[in-house]
Design a protein around this ligand. Structure first.
Ligand code: ZN
Ligand code: ZN
Length: 270
């Protein structure tokens, strides 16, 4: 199994629109450098085929830059703009197809798509927490995370199903993709202990500006403590924000061994 990280940036991307910060200005000079980051998108490849995780608003530029093969399946973690609003970019392609591609996701993702994207010709596969599906030979288990403020706090651990992490299992290798989250219940930590690869949200990994402020993402030491408690063999952070003010090398230098800041185009072979 190969995982390609096609988009490693947070919701604004780097460069962010109209931003004059040092990092965005660095990225403007070279849109293919490690500090230029498009919004979250991941391709999973096996001998049986390929599928995509998320539908980045940058899917158009990613598909041309990385010569992506057309896929039939899109696995979405949640309905926030940076993870799903590339759906609209697919309109012309979708209309040209004889079969309908499938978007897989949670109930709130389905509701959002019905409200905002009902004109798009694809099928929706409603996923249930902990219930495996198989795509291209990969067992995929949706694991519900606490991320949506105003909805998730009211729900018990048994009830949350807005944002999914995905555990991917293929030929004895285990990878977990933790999308956005501010809390992970112990039941899920048990399921993902010791995975080969952890791909985790790093939006607020190196910014102290938000210390003590309640955000719908985990931040600072919390992220590193979580990653360490999972005990993955390798850890890659996605959703990197310009708010860190640090370039790729500066962030990488602050991480322990086998922890990596991802970048657009990074490939993980398992
Ligand atoms: Zn900036
Ligand atoms: Zn989100």
């Amino acid at each position: 199994m190969k995982i390609k990280i096609l988009g490693s940036g947070a919701w604004q991307g780097i460069p962010a629109p109209f931003c004059s910060c040092k990092l965005c200005q660095l990225a403007v000079k070279n849109l293919y450098c490690q500090d230029a980051r498009t919004r979250p998108q991941f391709m999973v490849e096996t001998r049986q085929g390929s599928f995509l995780i998320e539908v980045s608003p940058d899917i158009r530029t990613q598909s041309t830059r990385f010569s992506l093969p057309a896929v039939n399946d899109f696995v979405v973690s949640h309905w926030h703009f940076d993870h799903m609003y590339g759906l609209h970019e697919l309109l012309t392609w979708l209309k040209s197809l004889e079969i309908k591609p499938v978007v897989h996701g949670s109930l709130s993702t389905k509701d959002k798509i019905e409200k905002e994207f009902s004109y798009l010709p694809f099928d929706f596969n409603l996923l249930e927490p902990y219930k495996k599906i198989n795509l291209c030979g990969v067992d995929i288990t949706p694991l519900p995370l606490y991320h949506a403020f105003g909805i998730d706090e009211e729900l018990s651990e048994e009830e949350i199903n807005n944002t999914f992490a995905y555990l991917l299992e293929y030929e004895g290798k285990r990878v977990v993709y933790l999308s956005d989250y501010y809390k992970i219940q112990p039941k899920i930590l048990d399921k993902i202990k010791g995975v080969d690869v952890l791909i985790a949200d790093g939006t607020y990994l190196f910014t102290d500006k938000f210390k003590g402020i309640k955000l719908n993402h985990m931040h600072n030491e919390g992220i590193l403590q979580l990653a360490s408690s999972i005990g993955a063999k390798q850890v890659y952070f996605h959703s990197i924000s310009h708010l860190t003010g640090l370039n790729h090398q500066e962030m990488q230098a602050k991480l322990p061994e086998n922890y990596f800041i991802s970048y657009d185009g990074l490939e993980i072979d398992l």
